[in-house]
Ligand binder design. Structure first.
Ligand code: GLU
Length: 288
């Protein structure tokens, strides 16, 4: 009787091991190499699902089924470094508020979406990078007298749920009336028709909107950033090897010219020179 039970347990274990070993599951476990996380997924399945923004010109902008922008180019560099060609990336639109859950639930393998590295988010996910440093700023009408966040008291400001700029308004400028949507592009018509007095998020995002043809001459970015927003690449919290690999890929991109090329073909088109990717500041991927 006892023997039978032991045998049954052993058989069940063997079966479930067998299933895992056949692998190719979304966590990238098992399969040929035995590597886990994004490295395993890239090696075994030769594809990756990457979350990007869809309505941020110059950074992540979707037209039909095509995504373009600096974040999209950075994502392609990372995928290539992991052995996945651009054509094998499945792009997934993310908004600010679903980035951590998308990573935690495995809806995406990586997020490259104007994603500020901070301690609160690091409780849930891991960050490689930063690959760019933005700063929170304000977009206002061209004739507005608002000159900084102090000028927001009693004014209506539009931002996005789950973003660091919205949170900073709530905690540091509580006299501003905050309206939140799921994406920044929804704020623009409201700024245009005067329903909100300002839009707040990272300067680089706001500059992209201000430069859009339909808003030419109508808006201005105040130009006095009041935070530091280091952009990271989000991945599963326990995927330390994957995180370190992404940082290695960024290091290579800084020295082989591909980082600069990613900038020049997207945000750099405005004439702004490529920033330095400071590889001494890359995250430690959760090491203590
Ligand atoms: N970088 C900020 C953040 O991650 C604002 C931009 C965004 O919402 O994507 O919250």
């Amino acid at each position: 009787m006892r023997m039978k039970r032991v045998a049954a347990v052993a058989m069940a274990a063997a079966l479930s091991f067998g299933m895992a070993a056949c692998g190719g599951d979304s966590d990238g476990e098992a399969g040929g190499s035995g590597a886990k996380g994004i490295i395993g997924k890239a090696q075994n399945q030769k594809k990756l699902v990457i979350g990007v923004k869809a309505d941020q010109p110059g950074l992540g902008l979707q037209t039909g089924s095509t995504y373009e922008g600096f974040d999209v180019e950075i994502a392609k560099i990372i995928a290539k470094g992991l052995g996945v060609e651009a054509g094998s990336i499945e792009w997934k639109t993310t908004v600010s508020n679903n980035r951590e859950p998308f990573i935690q639930q495995g809806t995406v393998d990586l997020v490259v979406a104007t994603y500020t590295i901070n301690d609160e988010r690091k409780q849930k996910i891991s960050f490689a990078g930063p690959y760019f440093i933005a700063g929170q700023d304000l977009l206002v009408k061209a004739d507005s007298t608002i000159a900084g966040p102090e000028g927001l008291d009693g004014k209506t400001v539009c931002s996005v749920t789950g973003s660091t700029p919205a949170k900073r308004i709530q905690t540091e400028h509580p006299k501003a009336k905050l309206q939140q949507f799921d994406s920044y592009s929804k704020c623009l018509p409201l700024l245009q028709n005067g329903q909100v007095d300002a839009v707040t998020t990272d300067d680089i995002i706001l500059a992209g909107y201000a430069a859009q043809e339909q808003y030419a001459g109508k808006f201005k970015v105040v130009g006095k950033p009041f935070s530091s927003e280091p952009y990271g690449i989000g991945l599963k919290k326990d995927d330390k090897d994957g995180c370190e690999k992404v940082n290695e890929i960024l290091k290579a991109a800084a020295s082989d010219g591909s980082y600069k090329a990613a900038w020049d073909s997207t945000l750099g088109k405005s004439g702004k020179a490529a920033p330095e990717l400071d590889t001494t500041k890359l995250t430690n991927c959760g090491s203590v």
